[in-house]
Write a protein that binds this ligand. Structure first.
Ligand SMILES: *Cc1c(COP(=O)(O)O)cnc(C)c1O
Length: 342
């Protein structure tokens, strides 16, 4: 038996999603003729409390379309040093938007204080290009699926807005944050200018992410998406499963409960340290086993548990809806066996 805890992107679409794809009402979405895409964009915006939505093939495209649409060449992007938009998107902010970056250490809370934001902002002048955009990430992937609260987001966003700097939220797992904080995603997104969230992570869709914001912003983002090669034709085939994914938000609580159990179970194994997770991501420090992350991942793979090496000695385990309670117990036992047999 293999338990795949590499990511929440590894899930296979449900029968209902496959049926929805097969029977989707479609048209040419570049002409805005695809009823399934139009409905998905409308519904996504509604759930996030924004005016309009844009369907994109991936979270990376959603973030980079937003970044390009908000900024001018040479401006600074203010973000966490461990932000996904900088760390894992191939330097796209340089390649696609010609931006400079100014990095902050958001710390364990994964959100900067308003003072930090103010200090990070550069005003435009004859000599300085100025800050074009401030980015937040919720949940914060690299910092361990940390959920940041509405109060923290609002305070940081207000500091940026005070200087006329727009705010983009990389909300790949925003619904996980909302679940963990027992609030609505719309509340978390109320004071940011744009939000990207993934349909293809914990919500279980096979493909796709959404970008939402005010109508005027989304109209411009639609042109940027075209520029980046993301104008799609009969995309209702993938939008229809996405619409079902939007209704899967209720499943996330179970993922979080299972992540908590993984953190607890792994934490009892000699040499492995875990912190209690906020959401569906568990980051384990395996330094005490004498293995680095790559070697640890290799060892547990031999015992049927898949995870990803995250840092030098940190390994990420992510629950997803194809992982059952039984799988979780099996995975903990397998890791224990793998370490005992070394
Ligand atoms: C996964 C992820 C993305 C990118 O999504 P893709 O669909 O893999 O391109 C962006 N930001 C965060 C925080 C993510 O976890």
């Amino acid at each position: 038996m293999v338990v795949d805890l590499r990511s929440d992107t590894v899930t296979k679409p449900s029968e209902a999603m496959r049926e929805a794809a097969k029977n989707a009402d479609v048209g040419d979405d570049v002409y805005r003729d695809d009823p399934s895409v139009n409905e998905l964009e409308r519904r996504a915006a509604e759930i996030l409390g924004k005016e309009a939505g844009l369907f994109v093939p991936s979270g990376t495209m959603g973030n980079q379309v937003a970044i390009r649409t908000h900024t001018d060449r040479g401006q600074e992007l203010l973000a966490d040093e461990h932000a996904h938009v900088l760390k894992w998107e191939l330097g796209a902010v340089a390649q696609l938007s010609s931006l400079q970056t100014r990095l902050l250490d958001f710390g364990e809370s994964a959100v900067p204080t308003p003072e930090q934001v103010r200090e990070g902002i550069v005003e435009e002048s004859l000599h300085e290009a100025g800050t074009g955009l401030f980015c937040l990430e919720n949940t914060h992937n690299y910092r361990g699926g940390v959920a940041i609260s509405k109060a923290e987001i609002d305070a940081a966003a207000e500091a940026a807005h005070d200087h006329g700097v727009p705010v983009h939220l990389d909300g790949a797992r925003l619904f996980n944050a909302a679940e963990s904080l027992d609030t609505d995603a719309a509340e978390l997104a109320e004071n940011v200018d744009s939000v990207m969230f993934c349909l293809s992570k914990g919500l279980g869709a096979p493909v796709g992410s959404m970008l939402v914001g005010e109508q005027e912003f989304i109209d411009r983002a639609r042109r940027t998406r075209k520029l980046f090669g993301g104008g799609m034709r009969q995309a209702g085939m993938i939008a229809a499963p996405g619409l079902l994914a939007l209704e899967n938000r209720g499943h996330l609580a179970a993922d979080h409960r299972r992540a908590e159990r993984i953190a607890e179970g792994l934490g009892e194994i000699d040499g492995i340290e875990t912190a209690e997770p906020d959401t569906n991501i568990v980051v384990a420090d395996v330094a005490g086993t004498g293995l680095n992350a790559e070697a640890f991942v290799g060892e547990i793979e031999q015992h049927g548990v898949l995870a990803v090496a995250f840092g030098e000695t940190t390994v990420r385990f992510t629950t997803n809806w194809d992982v059952t309670d039984g799988d979780v117990e099996g995975a903990i036992d397998s890791v224990r066996t793998a370490m005992a047999e070394r």
